[in-house]
Design a protein around this ligand. Sequence first.
Ligand SMILES: [Zn+2]
Length: 489
Amino acid sequence: MTRQFKIQKILAGNSGSNVVDIPHLGFLRYVKPDEVIKQFKEMWGVEPQGVVLPVSHPEGLVFKVSGLDEPISPYARVSDRLKEFSDVVHAFAQKGLDIYLLINPTLEFIRAAPLHIVDISGDSSHAVCVGNPMSRAIVGAILGTGIDIARMATKDTPGKLVGVVLDVVNLFPMGAKNGRLELTCFCPSCEEWFETHAPGLLRNFRTFPNPWNLLLKDAGTGISFIDNVRLDSTPEDIIGLSRQKGFIEVFKDKANDIPYLREQASLLLKYIHARHEQVIASVREIFEEALHGLEQKPKRILLVEGSYYGWTSGLMLEDLDREYLDKVQSEETRVPYDEVWFDPASTDIFLTNVPFRSYMWRRARYFIDEFLRTVDSASDPVKRASTGIARFPRMAVRALLRQRLHQAIGAAMTGASTLIALPPLKSEQTRSKRLGFVGVALTREVGEKFIEGVKIPEGLAEEQLGMNLADLFEPLLKGRLSKEDKEKN
Ligand SMILES: [Zn+2]
């Protein structure tokens, strides 16, 4: 007699409707659609019901978008069989998989400087800011064009387009220099938002120390942060968290000045709430632009980190759940999303109003997107020539890519046993509204092959190969780490 144990029962009832995310079409050069499905089955014990495909890459578009003359990614043509985006959609839909389209709205390939993210000290980066109405129009047009292509490609297939995903994990990258925090974004559009919704607020952040220092700290190699800001957090709670972590010491002689600290904490909460509202308004506009005029609208999905407050998404996860209650109101005030995806790693958060899926990667797409961005800056001749990477020979660049890949792979959550710990699936017996999980089609093997295939243009320092690799690496790693990485507490 074969006996059944509790975990088998939990597993059988705990996987739900699941989806596989393919973060970059270039991966499909090394793993065919059939193999993606097979690997998912091997890893999770169930077959995926849907597939997530990107409608743009950091290095360019994956199809032509009318009105945009931005570059087309060299990976848009995956192979001789998958010549264009519609072929990729068709290949999966033909196998009966639901289609989800994903866009990361930071669009690093857009050269228009006025759309770029600006930090508090005025320095800009390659990523575009969703606070800018023109950026939102561009993101909407790319996603909308992808929707039209996917609908055409799935006309006669069993699988159909069912969802569109906005990857808002890293809209506002953070950096730090000499203990000073450099948060983004403070482009003219963002400043205007704050001036309208919280007049005079930003002035308090253009000094040191400022309210951010309560919950953020320059750790030398990145930013340490506190992210358990709850919906009902009071200024006293914020001060308590800061004291517990020792961050409060930066305020020196004012670290015991309670009225002063309380004021700083309430300014910080004001900032957090205003930023949240700004992102929600931007999300609403992007989805409206991408979906307008469609009779059958795909589900609108937000991809965020599974923490109470996402410093780089600007969103409070609990607030996403609360706002869903607005659904009884008119269309204009209803929340602009139908589902949320987030990783289950850091907390035991589950949503009780909005349907959600667990994204099986620590910090959701954060490290995966960072890896893909590094591939882009290493292979783009302009970015390679205009960034720190310019000083490094090919060998060092490839080593950097490997380091980023390993960092990303290290954040993967794998194996059926991790499914046991997920919040319960939506049912009569539970308040949780979880529908299933999202696995990612990135393995070490695929990643290594992908890096091997990346064409790296010559840097300025090909002749410096005699130098010690560590010497070459140091300034580059330091620069990037302090700018983009964060140490998770
Ligand atoms: Zn901005």
